[in-house]
Design a protein around this ligand. Structure first.
Ligand SMILES: NC(=O)c1ccc[n+]([C@@H]2O[C@H](COP(=O)([O-])OP(=O)(O)OC[C@H]3O[C@@H](n4cnc5c(N)ncnc54)[C@H](O)[C@@H]3O)[C@@H](O)[C@H]2O)c1
Length: 429
């Protein structure tokens, strides 16, 4: 087949596998992966070896970041897939567009207002497309909520109460990895909550206007552990007797993939993926509360906790004709540590409708199979499959990417200053 869409991918870590395995299997007829780009050759070689040995895929070339332009010149891709660490997204998104490519980027689109502005300017200047892969939109129960609200089932939504819980396995993982440094991830209100703020806009069909937030590191980190009486600390878990009985420890040498991707690769860049969650140097929050007013006057009260005994969320929408409640328990996971189809897969789900003057009833939705509530496989078809009309308009662009991170970026500013932040003010200048 000659008119396959050609891709290169930047950032050959855990999330990269989601895209390259799809290209090498279900979408082999419509897509082609030509090259990988990463600071770490060992991780690129691991991905390359997976492609060849597991999927019998032809050899892909590898490039270091300083050869990004050369890669684009040689490979001539239609689009660049960006799955590198968050703080680097804008560099590749912007350069790819300047060199004539479209972009598919992982969330968060970027981590601060300055980089966001640069991306929006580059889209304007180049006329290229940026697609942000908000897989949660595609989970069948999330799509159903949009359909119900859009169809007027609870009237105009005036308030949303949203509590998201990350547990001591998946939530803890952010405190072992590069995310623990706010300069890399923007903190969880950007890195993680971008999904949640995107969903709220998607569901209620409005844009955020004003944000206030409080947040702190109250559980992870050395100081908190010391205050609880802990006296034993270590830098990294792998091979460390001090970590042997620590339920928060991740031992990279006990999982083949984690060993190959991170332990065997760390001699190149010094990146330790198994740091102590009660160690020093954590600059992100683990306990957060956010208030948002939307342009349609709806009010969101949101909370995120990263050390919960269970993983999932509860949300309720109060409308002029009734109330919609959803409660979801998700499968817990460690990035790259297991089957990616289980990442955020559903364990338990309840959706209940309370019409204002009628009997409450359960909303039945067939559960999606696969990661992120069954959203992952549907998203992949939308990106890599034959183009099709989507009545739910789930494909997210640079504006959706910006809208959702700006809530987290505004929340970070509110946490720093103690003042409410207008989203429009973030993009001035
Ligand atoms: N949508 C989702 O559900 C989902 C799930 C997981 C991860 N993600 C996103 O995917 C991205 C990657 O996360 P991950 O879990 O794969 O992390 P990871 O640490 O496994 O991989 C990140 C990769 O980026 C590379 N990298 C670092 N600096 C770079 C640079 N300057 N240039 C090029 N490459 C560089 C690292 O070497 C590493 O291979 C993040 O943005 C994350 O938010 C999204």
């Amino acid at each position: 087949m000659t008119n396959k869409k050609k891709y290169v991918l930047v950032g050959a870590g855990g999330r990269a596998r989601f895209f390259y395995s799809a290209i090498a299997t279900d979408f082999r007829e419509t897509t082609e992966l030509l090259a990988l780009c990463d600071v770490n050759q060992t991780r690129m070689d691991y991905a390359k070896q997976q492609l060849e040995q597991k999927y019998n895929y032809p050899e892909v070339r590898t490039y270091k970041p300083d050869a990004f332009d050369t890669m684009i010149a040689i490979e001539k891709p239609d689009a660049v897939i960006v799955t590198s660490i968050d703080r680097t997204h804008h560099t590749y998104i912007i350069r790819a567009m300047e060199l004539g490519c479209d972009v598919i980027t992982e969330k968060p689109m970027t981590i601060d207002e300055e980089k966001c502005r640069q991306i929006l300017d580059a889209v304007e200047k180049t006329g290229r497309n940026v697609r942000v892969t908000f897989n949660y939109r595609y989970a069948p129960h999330h799509t159903k909520v949009r359909e119900l609200i859009e169809g007027g089932a609870i009237g105009k939504v005036n308030s949303v109460h949203f509590e998201w819980l990350l547990n001591t396995k998946h939530g803890a993982d952010y405190f072992r990895r590069w995310h623990r440094d706010k300069r890399n991830s923007g903190g969880l209100l950007v890195h993680k909550s971008t999904h949640h703020f995107d969903l709220v806009s998607f569901w209620i069909g409005s844009e955020p206007e004003t944000v206030f937030a409080l947040g702190d590191l109250l559980f992870y980190g050395r100081e908190n552990a010391e205050q609880r009486g802990v006296t034993q600390f270590y830098d990294r878990a792998t091979g460390n007797p001090l970590a042997e009985d620590d339920p928060f420890a991740l031992h990279l040498d006990r999982n083949g993939r984690l060993k190959a991707m991170y332990l065997d690769a760390e001699h190149e860049d010094g990146y330790l993926r198994d740091q102590h969650v009660f160690g020093d140097g954590i600059s992100i929050e683990d306990t957060m509360g956010v208030l948002v007013r939307y342009k349609n006057k709806a009010i969101l009260t949101y909370s995120l906790n990263a050390y919960s005994p269970w993983e999932g969320y509860r949300i309720s929408f109060n409308g002029t004709k009734g109330r919609l409640e959803m409660s979801i328990m998700e499968q817990s996971y460690v990035n790259s540590g297991g089957d990616k189809a289980l990442e955020g897969a559903i364990k338990n789900k309840e959706i209940r409708m309370f019409p204002m003057f009628d009997k409450p009833y359960e909303v039945e939705v067939v559960s999606g199979v696969g990661g992120h509530g069954g959203g992952d496989p549907v998203l992949l078809s939308d990106i890599f499959g034959e183009p099709a009309e989507d009545k739910f308009k789930r494909a997210a662009n640079h504006l959706d990417g910006a809208r959702s991170i700006l809530v987290g970026i505004a929340a970070n500013r509110a946490i720093r200053t103690g003042q409410p932040v207008k989203i429009a003010d973030l993009l001035k200048g």
